[in-house]
Design a binder for this molecule. Structure first.
Ligand code: SF4
Length: 495
């Protein structure tokens, strides 16, 4: 029997990437095969992001492009899943009546049944989590049965994506309610998964070939659960994962600066598999702006945390997020953000122009009064300050040897191979065989090598650097013991 075809498109954060992987896993372990042709697929699912206006407009434009294929093939099921589905189901239906399925991020385990309902009953199928309660404490909530757990537990049903690096969710939702953010409304209250389930899932992924696990949570460091009546905070979860044989690296994103205990820094220092990298969104370098954003820390607390983290974890690199042009942000307030970026010397930063999100506190109580042109200028300025820092810190690595996990062909090599195949263009083998790997500190290294190295930990000497990428040469493959003359794992200088 012909398998039905599924087209899945994912926008937004790593959490969405994992959600899509799990949904695809559920469907392809049944009657579905993946296709990359949206116009002829039996089922089209778009996993959406609501964090910015721009991301939602992109979804609407993709949906618009599906009107004609749906007209030609009325049996096609068009589904919107993820944050935008949860945030504005009525608006979606008004604008895009050809949508058959609307499913929030807390209900994704229901998608196989929802597709069947939409097909058989010929009516729109909707599943949202708007009734999730925030009344109990995070630990009480963590102990409640959460039916969406079934989605993560379904992972055993199928293998999807790159087996070397895998995401594992440790927590859902967020309780912080930063005034600009829509996530607490779309992903619900904070709930931490049981530690035993997380460890079992990580073991299963390692058995399938994973060497690196990235733990996902909106405020991952506030993870808290219980086991046999004993509290299991995030540092203890890291320790349990560190004991998994065959696992080489553990990363985690995203950390909330206000909750970051020294126990986690000690775990990063003492557990050899936990990588020396932190994504620690600051959002602003101005206290009044942080207050208006309802971030629960001050600039000096953030700076102290960074100093403590660097003291505990030698060679640590840091990445951060910033919003420019938040309600009422003055030139002086923005200048403090620039100063924080200059002083902290992040590895890289993500900068976003503030965009008002419906129903957030900022939308209800503040005025989006910074002109778009000003936001644009601030965005460019902050990025260019960081670019100079990234270039300088990357150049400090030239001549050093670092350990990388080889991920596969670089993007450039993949494009070159495609051009060779589709247009017969002649490409030098140096470009078409270029590989990419990542240091423990999350720096990207490109180098020449055989594709058989994918999934291996090797040592490379850094020969060149741009702000975004390091260029390396293979020193020697890592087989158990490290070579003399190489620097210890993770001690990448700079950052
Ligand atoms: S911590 Fe703030 S910015 Fe991050 S997800 Fe929660 S509400 Fe949003």
């Amino acid at each position: 029997m012909r398998k039905r075809t599924l087209y899945m498109e994912t926008m937004g954060c790593q959490m969405n990437v994992l959600d899509s992987e799990l949904v695809v896993g559920q469907l392809t372990s049944g009657d579905y095969a993946l296709t990359d042709d949206m116009t002829t697929a039996d089922v089209v699912l778009i996993n959406t992001c609501s964090v910015r206006d721009h991301a939602e407009n992109k979804v609407l434009s993709r949906l618009g492009a599906l009107k004609k294929p749906k007209l030609n093939n009325p049996g096609m099921i068009v589904g919107i899943i993820g944050c935008m589905a949860e945030r504005d189901p009525d608006g979606l239906v008004d604008k895009m009546p050809h949508v058959d399925l609307i499913c929030g991020p807390g209900e994704l385990n229901k998608i196989p049944a929802m597709i069947e309902d939409a097909r058989e009953l010929r009516q729109r199928s909707i599943a949202l989590s708007q009734s999730l309660s925030r009344k109990s404490t995070p630990i009480e909530r963590a102990l409640e049965f959460d039916s969406v757990e079934a989605l993560d537990l379904s992972r055993a049903a199928g293998i999807v994506g790159n087996p070397i690096q895998a995401y594992v969710r440790v927590q859902r939702g967020c309780d912080k309610f930063c005034t600009f953010c829509v996530v607490p409304f779309t992903r619900g209250p904070e709930r931490s998964r049981p530690p035993g389930q997380i460890v079992d899932e990580a073991k299963m992924l390692v058995d399938r070939g994973a060497l690196e696990i990235t733990l996902l949570g909106q405020t991952v460091n506030s993870y808290i659960n219980q086991d046999d009546g004993q509290r299991v905070p995030f540092s203890e979860l890291l320790a349990r994962l560190n004991d998994i044989n065959g696992l080489e690296r553990i990363r985690f994103v995203t950390s909330y600066p206000g909750d970051f205990g020294d126990d986690i820094l000690m775990a990063m220092r003492d557990l050899p598999k936990v990588c020396e990298y932190l994504h620690l969104p600051a959002q602003s370098g101005s206290d009044p702006v942080l207050k208006r954003m309802r971030r629960q820390y001050s600039v000096s607390e953030y700076v102290e945390l960074v100093a403590r983290a660097r003291e505990f974890v030698p060679g640590l690199t840091l990445a951060s997020d910033f919003i420019v042009g938040f309600c009422g942000e003055t030139d002086e307030e923005f200048a403090r953000t620039v100063q924080l970026v200059r002083d902290t010397r992040f590895k890289n930063i993500f900068v976003f122009k503030y965009s008002e999100r419906p129903n957030t506190v900022a939308e209800k109580r503040a005025v989006d009064d910074v002109a778009d042109a000003v936001k644009r200028v601030r965005n460019i300025e902050l990025l260019s300050v960081q670019e100079r820092i990234s270039l300088a810190t990357n150049r400090e690595l030239i001549g050093r040897t670092v350990e990388i996990l080889v991920e596969g062909y670089s993007k450039r090599a993949m494009k070159a191979q495609e051009a060779e195949q589709t247009r017969g263009e002649e490409i030098s083998s140096e470009i078409s065989s270029q590989l990419v790997g990542r240091t423990r500190t999350d720096r990207i290294v490109v180098f020449s090598g055989e594709i058989g190295l994918a999934g291996r930990l090797i040592n490379v000497r850094i020969a060149g650097a741009t702000a975004l990428t390091l260029h390396g040469e293979i020193v020697e493959r890592r087989e158990g013991e490290r070579l003399p003359g190489t620097i210890p794992i993770g001690v990448n200088i700079g950052g």
